[in-house]
Design a protein. Structure first.
Length: 112
């Protein structure tokens, strides 16, 4: 098991950013693909993701995240879309339910 950075207390509405090279490599967020679904008629790919706390790419700087659960999908026209959920048990439940809705047999012909 990896050692992940601990979540940080950030005031509501505030974002912690840093320039690349100003923080240790061990402070980078680690994103893991938990599940992937095969393509359907409308969706080219659907993934269930989990991210540890840490800095994530945000253009020319890095932005701190306290981790998240996410569902990302690529439509057949190439557009990438997604939804993030909190990095807690409730967030995991919501993300897994969302992933299931998008990958269920009934959802194969419905736009997310």
């Amino acid at each position: 098991m990896s050692n992940y950075p601990a979540p940080r207390e950030l005031p509501p509405g505030k974002v912690l950013i840093a320039e690349y090279g100003s923080f240790a490599a061990s402070e980078l967020a680690i994103v893991e693909t938990i599940a992937e679904a095969p393509s359907s008629r409308l969706l080219a790919a659907v993934s269930l993701l989990w991210s540890s706390p840490g800095f994530e790419v945000a253009g020319s700087v890095a932005r701190w995240t306290n981790g998240y659960w996410a569902v990302r999908w690529t439509r057949s026209d190439g557009a990438v879309m997604g939804q993030r959920y909190r990095n807690n048990e409730e967030g995991e439940i919501h993300a897994r339910a969302h992933f299931e809705r998008l990958t269920s047999t009934r959802a194969q012909d419905v736009t997310p």
